[in-house]
Design a binder for this molecule. Structure first.
Ligand SMILES: *Cc1c(COP(=O)(O)O)cnc(C)c1O
Length: 386
């Protein structure tokens, strides 16, 4: 049996896979089992921060792999403590909890927010999230996700979530009350169609949170780790979250989640209140130390500049109605069907993603100008042919 047949026989069919088996990669170029090459505008959904098998990252990860792969959280380890210091000093947050995925990072954020509220008053446990959001696939993060399509089949769901319309200040005000412990949102709704929150809405959320003693919880699972041209997207808004979560690109291709807590809530989770066997794993942490330390101001400036170039080229394509998002987190509204564009791009050697009815691009942050141009040429020829 070949790769695809085996997968179809034995892997639970929860994914509508494309008809490609990827076997290797280098930078922003991927190679399939037939030797065909693809320009990668997806980074494995914002995970491969520096593309495939980046030399410096591979060295950092293999050095740790050859030293010690796991200890359990009974013990201190250097990669974990180095990463914690790096994340806190770079963001102004005070404490971090490490896990293994975006959903887990959000679970921790939700537990932290609930603990903050219920320590004051057992009724203070409601969390406001936004309609059209996406927060993960566990039962609780599905509950937090403000889309009815996710609230079937797996009942009963976790109680205590209410949903405000994104960018609707009146709606948020109407839902907020002292029994709410937090408002939680993505600053750019990724899976929801690459839709940014407005500055006005974010500023109003901060005010409403203050009036009701609610925490601001930001889901930076997709927007984080340099994706939008800043280390974390809340920096674009001048926002200081009480809690924020991140994952996807954090460790550059290894499973890792992190939940960061501000000074105000740095003691909210106490010994025994949360944990994870793999959380802060030395190999993932070594990968993340490499990623975060390389996302300095000079590098982030190149992300900003190069993404502006990509945006300008996309806006010129006939059949592109509009481009949205920030930096290298891009949604393209097209006249032709996004799924058709994705399939045609694949045939021509370009990997793209979709989000709702948009074509979504999340290229590696260090993609070269040559690779960008190759990808743009394919996208242009596909969109203009439809
Ligand atoms: C991908 C994503 C998640 C879920 O992350 P997993 O690692 O798949 O659990 C949560 N929130 C946002 C905003 C995401 O984009």
């Amino acid at each position: 049996m070949n790769i695809k047949e085996k997968d179809r026989n034995y892997v639970m069919p929860t994914y509508g896979r494309l008809d490609v088996a990827l076997v290797s990669g280098s930078g922003s170029t991927m190679t399939d089992a037939d030797g065909k090459e693809y320009i990668d505008f997806g980074s494995g959904i914002a995970v491969n921060t520096f593309g495939a098998c980046d030399k410096e990252w591979v060295e950092a990860v293999t050095a740790q792999l050859n030293t010690l792969q796991h200890t359990s959280n009974y013990y201190y380890t250097k990669p974990c403590s180095d990463l914690a210091e790096l994340l806190c000093t770079r963001t102004g947050m005070s404490k971090v909890f490490f896990s293994n995925s975006g959903a887990e990072a959000n679970e921790c954020a939700i537990k932290g927010a609930r603990k903050y509220g219920t320590d004051k008053n057992p009724q203070k446990n409601i969390i406001i999230t936004l309609k059209n959001s996406f927060h993960g696939r566990t039962i609780t993060t599905l509950s937090a996700t403000g889309q009815d399509v996710f609230h079937t089949s797996f009942t009963p769901f976790t109680e205590g979530f209410v949903y405000a319309e994104a960018n609707n200040i009146k709606d948020l005000k109407a839902l907020a009350n002292p029994n709410c412990c937090a408002i939680m949102f993505e600053l750019i709704q990724g899976e929801g169609g690459v839709l940014p929150l407005t500055q006005e809405f974010v500023d109003a959320a901060v005010e409403i949170a203050k009036e009701n003693d609610m925490l601001i919880v930001v889901d930076e699972v997709q927007t984080g780790n340099g994706r939008t041209g800043k280390l974390y997207a809340h920096q674009h808004y001048g926002l200081k979250p009480d809690i924020f979560s991140t994952a996807k690109g954090l460790a550059g291709g290894l499973p890792m989640g992190a939940t960061l807590f501000s000074e105000k809530v740095k003691d909210v989770l106490t010994a025994g209140s949360h944990g994870s066997t793999f959380g802060g794993n030395p190999i993932a942490a070594a990968g993340a130390v490499n990623v975060i330390s390389r996302l300095d101001d000079a590098f982030l400036k190149t992300v900003e500049e190069n993404s502006l170039y990509l945006w300008s080229q996309l806006e010129k394509i006939k059949g592109v109605k509009s481009v949205c998002g920030k930096g290298y987190m891009i949604g393209i509204d097209t006249e032709a069907d996004a799924k058709v564009i994705l399939k045609k791009c694949l045939e021509k050697g370009l990997l793209v993603l979709t989000a709702k009815d948009k074509v979504r691009l999340l290229p590696p942050l260090n993609i070269t100008k040559a690779e960008l141009d190759k990808g743009i040429a394919i996208l242009k020829s596909v969109i203009e042919s439809l």
